[in-house]
Write a protein that binds this ligand. Structure first.
Ligand SMILES: *[C@@H]1O[C@H](CO)[C@@H](O)[C@H](O)[C@H]1NC(C)=O
Ligand SMILES: *[C@@H]1O[C@H](CO)[C@@H](O)[C@H](O)[C@H]1NC(C)=O
Ligand SMILES: *[C@@H]1O[C@H](CO)[C@@H](O)[C@H](O)[C@H]1NC(C)=O
Ligand SMILES: *[C@@H]1O[C@H](CO)[C@@H](O)[C@H](O)[C@H]1NC(C)=O
Ligand SMILES: *[C@@H]1O[C@H](CO)[C@@H](O)[C@H](O)[C@H]1NC(C)=O
Ligand SMILES: *[C@@H]1O[C@H](CO)[C@@H](O)[C@H](O)[C@H]1NC(C)=O
Ligand SMILES: *[C@@H]1O[C@H](CO)[C@@H](O)[C@H](O)[C@H]1NC(C)=O
Ligand SMILES: *[C@@H]1O[C@H](CO)[C@@H](O)[C@H](O)[C@H]1NC(C)=O
Ligand SMILES: *[C@@H]1O[C@H](CO)[C@@H](O)[C@H](O)[C@H]1NC(C)=O
Ligand SMILES: *[C@@H]1O[C@H](CO)[C@@H](O)[C@H](O)[C@H]1NC(C)=O
Ligand SMILES: *[C@@H]1O[C@H](CO)[C@@H](O)[C@H](O)[C@H]1NC(C)=O
Length: 437
């Protein structure tokens, strides 16, 4: 065996491991002993390289690493293996073979500049019966296949991170129904199936190529337990038979898509839903015709012009309403008549030059109001009553001409700044693109 000698640290806990915490479990598993190999050169591992009957956690970083089959055979209690950023080719990702008690495996970020041009199909011929957490982010993977079709290599998997790969259609590998957290962000997906995944709690599909949410393309039907769904920064133009059956949903984010309309009837029967975000679409009319219990509604960066009596009448539980970056000109004085619980209202970067008298007579809990970036010339066109419950009023970037102090209540802090030329960044987000790191 070629002798390799490098920095070998046995520590209770180090910065490298802290960086690697994805699960609270890691802290417990790796509590007493972690082997961290930070190698400046290339390195070879075989079954004689690491021998320990108690070691549970291994972290390896190098420029190039060759890991032979059974390299961790003499570490029978290995539960945590972190091989991120070693420029391992896709063919060799699982070269260490079977590891029977492994719980957490992090193989993310093998891509480097030479390594990420072609998409790769990977085949898994090993077995990880106790693996719960698998991270394969940023590896240019287009598909995953199991070598033994009858046997699932990951029968106990709960967390799977496949973000930043080149996946465009359903995987050949049947994912186990134990999966609860699935990250498919930053891929090329337009079509996918979530069959069998009836225990999924969290699904991320941000930055893909989905242009229709329709069961023929993206089938959410099995996801009866799903709580969090994020499909931002796609190209969704229409939705049909898609989210209606996600009866456990609590959080839905469809921001930065191409929706010109959102039919709130689709979420009528989702009784646990709390947060709905639809920022960065082209919704121009909002009139929610069905009662909903949601507490946060975010409609930033759309094309809304008028807020009417009907707009939010059916949202009795609303606590946060975000309407920044629209073209709102008119707000009817009864628009918020049912928002007795409303605490935060964002109306910044709109076309408002006045709010009607009594506009906030019902919103007795309103404590935060953002009116920055509008066309108000005076505070009196907003505050008609010094009993306004608002504690923080943001009034920056308005062409304010004068302030009449007698309308200001002593509990209120007003943030003023005469600069009307500030550039509005809020709605330019879409062009930022995914963050690779
Ligand atoms: C770490 O060491 C302490 C004290 O010896 C022990 O109580 C604890 O169970 C150990 N933790 C693990 C994960 O082995
Ligand atoms: C690992 O080594 C590299 C240089 O070889 C150094 O830049 C890096 O900070 C080291 N990481 C840790 C966690 O010690
Ligand atoms: C790894 O596990 C698979 C599936 O259980 C088995 O067929 C194979 O023989 C094992 N390989 C080794 C080297 O033990
Ligand atoms: C899942 O892991 C547990 C131990 O954590 C094990 O007893 C069980 O057999 C595993 N399930 C499968 C399907 O291998
Ligand atoms: C859902 O998202 C919320 C807020 O981002 C988070 O607190 C919660 O843990 C997530 N739930 C799951 C099951 O991931
Ligand atoms: C929805 O997603 C967008 C884009 O990632 C994000 O900026 C926004 O904060 C999210 N909204 C909510 C309410 O979580
Ligand atoms: C709202 O909550 C109430 C009380 O928890 C419940 O009876 C009702 O069905 C819910 N309505 C919707 C539309 O979720
Ligand atoms: C908005 O309201 C104004 C005044 O009530 C009305 O003239 C205009 O047609 C409305 N615009 C839209 C898009 O509803
Ligand atoms: C209020 O809105 C302005 C303008 O969009 C924004 O810059 C600011 O951060 C907001 N204030 C807070 C506290 O969110
Ligand atoms: C300031 O507001 C008070 C109360 O609304 C009003 O009586 C008074 O005339 C105003 N003063 C000026 C200079 O506009
Ligand atoms: C106003 O905002 C612009 C753009 O952010 C900035 O360049 C300028 O210095 C600001 N002026 C003042 C007086 O703050």
């Amino acid at each position: 065996m070629k002798l390799f000698l490098a920095i070998v640290l046995i520590v209770t806990f180090s910065s490298l491991v802290i960086e690697a915490i994805e699960l609270a479990d890691v802290a417990n598993i790796c509590e007493n002993e972690t082997l961290i190999l930070n190698l400046s050169n290339s390195a070879k591992f075989d079954r004689n390289s690491i021998v320990s009957s108690t070691l549970r956690c291994i972290v390896i970083r190098s420029n190039y690493v060759d890991i032979k089959e059974s390299s961790f055979e003499n570490v029978p209690n290995l539960k945590y293996l972190d091989l991120r950023r070693n420029v391992i080719s896709s063919r060799n990702l699982f070269s260490f073979g079977n590891i029977s008690h492994l719980k957490i495996l992090n193989l993310g970020y093998q891509d480097n500049y030479e390594n990420n041009y072609n998409s790769k199909e990977i085949t898994i011929s090993n077995k990880y019966p106790e693996l719960e957490y698998l991270n394969l982010a940023h590896n240019s993977i287009s598909d995953i296949t199991a070598y033994w079709e009858s046997e699932n290599p990951f029968p106990n998997l709960t967390h799977l991170d496949l973000s930043g790969n080149k996946i465009y259609s359903p995987l050949s590998l049947t994912l186990p129904s134990t999966l609860t957290h699935f990250d498919l962000s930053n891929n090329r997906i337009s079509k996918f199936s979530f069959r069998e995944l009836n225990n999924l709690l969290s699904l991320k599909l941000d930055y893909n190529k989905i242009n229709a949410l329709d069961h023929l393309y993206i089938d959410f039907k099995p996801l009866k337990n799903l709580e969090n769904l994020s499909i931002t920064n796609n190209e969704i133009k229409y939705m049909r038979s898609s989210i209606e059956n996600l009866v456990s949903l609590r959080y839905l984010n469809l921001s930065y898509n191409f929706l010109s309309d959102f039919d709130f009837k689709m979420i009528e029967d989702l009784h646990s839903l709390e947060v709905v975000a639809l920022d960065g679409n082209s919704i121009d009319d909002v009139s929610i015709s069905v009662p909903l219990n949601i507490t946060t509604l975010s409609l930033n960066c759309n094309r809304i012009i008028n807020i009417t009596t009907n707009s939010f009448y059916n949202l009795k539980n609303l606590r946060r309403l975000l309407l920044s970056g629209n073209m709102i000109r008119n707000i009817h004085e009864n628009s918020f008549q049912n928002q007795k619980l409303l605490e935060e209202l964002y109306l910044d970067d709109n076309d408002l030059n006045y709010l009607p008298p009594y506009w906030c007579q019902f919103t007795k809990k309103l404590r935060y109001l953002n009116l920055s970036g509008n066309k108000f010339t005076s505070l009196e066109s907003v505050l008609y009553d010094s009993n306004l419950p608002v504690r923080q009023l943001y009034f920056e970037r308005n062409p304010v001409i004068y302030i009449n102090g007698s309308v200001i209540s002593p509990e209120m802090t007003i943030f003023l700044n005469g600069n009307t030329t500030s550039y509005m960044r809020l709605c330019a987000m879409k062009s930022v693109g995914p963050i690779y790191g």
